[in-house]
Design a protein around this ligand. Structure first.
Ligand code: ATP
Ligand code: MG
Length: 456
């Protein structure tokens, strides 16, 4: 440890020692001169002690005084100490002032946010602070609701279960405001320290209205396009290419394009129909016949160009909509065949998962998909840009439909792909979607059995 004093302190210390030595020397000489050396020395020592006590008291008073403390002027060890303490106290005060100013600025910024912000005590779930937008969007009253339990105060919102989930609480995308149910809120719970959460509520009414308008627009336009397309189809069917042979290529192209347009309109209507629903009819989806139909469709679509195997290892059924699930699975199988060159393999496997759920996986040995495209595949009209994709003549709506159908079954689509190796599209269903299959094969014997046989 470095115990060396700074030079100015050393000088002050030396001066004090010299003053003391001079005082005691003078007292000794005086004592010797008048013959009462002992008394004079004792009086001088007491005087020195009293002086030091007085200086110590002054420093202590200065430290404890609330008012600004004037630093002592002059030199000497006590003055130096006094000066140092005064300086560090002034620095501390300046730092505190800066921190308070900063805190005020942050508070003012949070208070001025257009979103409602509430600081919630994690343990008691009481509101500790809220900004100006909180009364307008959440109906909190200032100051009565400071310290009130948030779940209780925001009664109409289903907050208690959400607060109980805490860190794992999923954002609430669309909840009515307790003040006005025409105002729709997006609520988030953000844990920002061990003890505090931020509850943030954003007014998304305008956004949701726009989204609704977009959905209605797409649904209406698709619906309106249906009739003219049927008329065009009808006339095209009436035209016989044999009548004017040179028109044959043109007629074929027109038929192909009008069929493509019909498919596009049908797909858009399917998405609009799925979007407008919160749930689907729940029935037992018999998986053995569904898988058998998938196999037949796949073989018809491939026309012998691929090796296709459908395996039913789960021995259970699903709970949901037979029609919509069949359409989703069929989309995946069609894609697998479409994006796998002739001679490749397509495997469809229905199996149980470790958590008691079930998974339907479609695996192909096709072209594969570059990783950058995978997160965007389920967007409408999103297609991996390549000549192969363009040739396939798809619309880019297939996987968007799959995503919607699975969403309505609380299921997930997991995509795994490697360029040049192939892809796996797996639909994961939770245990609540699994139904026992009464007349189907037992799982232990199901391994390796094809769906065709299972449906047999
Ligand atoms: N199994 C697959 N292997 C490789 N690429 C695939 C596979 N499945 C989908 N893709 C890519 O994802 C894109 C989107 O697929 P999606 O099914 O949504 O549309 P599409 O097949 O082009 O048209 P459609 O609406 O007729 O299904 C495809 O264009 C293709 O590039
Ligand atoms: Mg497709």
């Amino acid at each position: 440890m470095n115990t060396r004093m700074p030079p100015h302190l050393r000088t002050a210390w030396r001066r004090t020692l010299l003053a003391l030595a001079a005082l005691l020397g003078g007292a000794t000489l005086l004592g010797l001169a008048i013959g009462h050396a002992g008394w004079v020395l004792a009086a001088a020592a007491l005087g020195v002690l009293a002086w030091h006590y007085w200086r110590l008291r002054r420093v202590l008073l200065g430290l404890t005084a609330r008012r600004r403390w004037e630093s002592a002027r002059g030199s000497g060890a006590w003055n130096e100490l006094d000066h140092l303490l005064h300086r560090s106290q002034a620095e501390m005060r300046a730092r505190k002032r800066r921190l308070v100013d900063m805190l005020r600025a942050y508070r003012a910024a949070a208070a001025a946010l257009p979103d409602a912000v509430v600081v919630v005590d994690r343990n008691t779930q009481r509101a500790l602070w809220f900004n100006r937008a909180a009364p307008r969007l959440l109906g909190l009253r200032y100051p009565q609701d400071l310290g009130a339990p948030v779940g209780e105060r925001l009664q109409p919102l289903p907050l208690s279960r959400w607060l109980a989930a805490g860190r794992n609480a999923e954002p609430m995308h669309d909840a009515p405001s307790p003040v006005d149910d025409q105002v729709r809120l997006n609520l988030r719970l953000i844990p920002y320290s061990e003890d505090y959460w931020l509850l943030v509520a954003r007014d998304v009414s305008k956004l949701l209205r726009l989204e609704q308008m977009r959905q209605d627009f797409v649904a209406n336009v698709s619906h309106e396009l249906r009739t003219p397309l049927t008329v065009v189809h009808g006339y095209l069917d009436m035209l016989d290419p044999e009548d004017v042979p040179e028109w044959r290529p043109m007629l074929e192209e027109m038929r192909k394009q009008s069929q493509r347009m019909t498919r596009l309109v049908e797909d858009l209507l399917t998405i609009s129909r799925l979007e407008s629903r919160d749930s689907l009819p729940e029935e037992t989806v018999a998986m053995a016949p569904t898988l058998a139909t998938l196999q037949r469709e796949a073989e018809a679509f491939s026309q012998g160009r691929h090796t296709i195997e459908v395996r039913d290892l789960a021995g259970c059924d699903l709970l949901g909509s037979t029609q919509e699930l069949h359409s989703a699975f069929s989309n995946l199988v069609t894609n697998a065949i479409r994006y796998t060159p002739a001679g490749g393999r397509v495997d469809v496997e229905f199996a149980r998962t470790g958590d008691g759920g079930a998974v339907l996986a479609v695996r192909d040995s096709g072209y594969g998909i570059p990783a950058a495209h995978i997160p965007r595949l389920t967007e409408r009209f999103y297609r991996v840009s390549s000549s192969r994709t363009r040739e396939s003549g798809g619309t880019g709506l297939g996987l968007a439909i799959v995503k919607h159908v699975l969403g309505l079954h609380q299921a997930r689509l997991v995509i795994d792909s490697e360029v040049g190796q192939g892809s796996v599209f797996a639909c994961h269903f939770g245990p609540e979607r699994v139904q026992p299959r009464h007349d189907g094969p037992a799982p232990a014997h199901a391994e390796g059995q094809s769906a065709g046989q299972a449906a047999g």
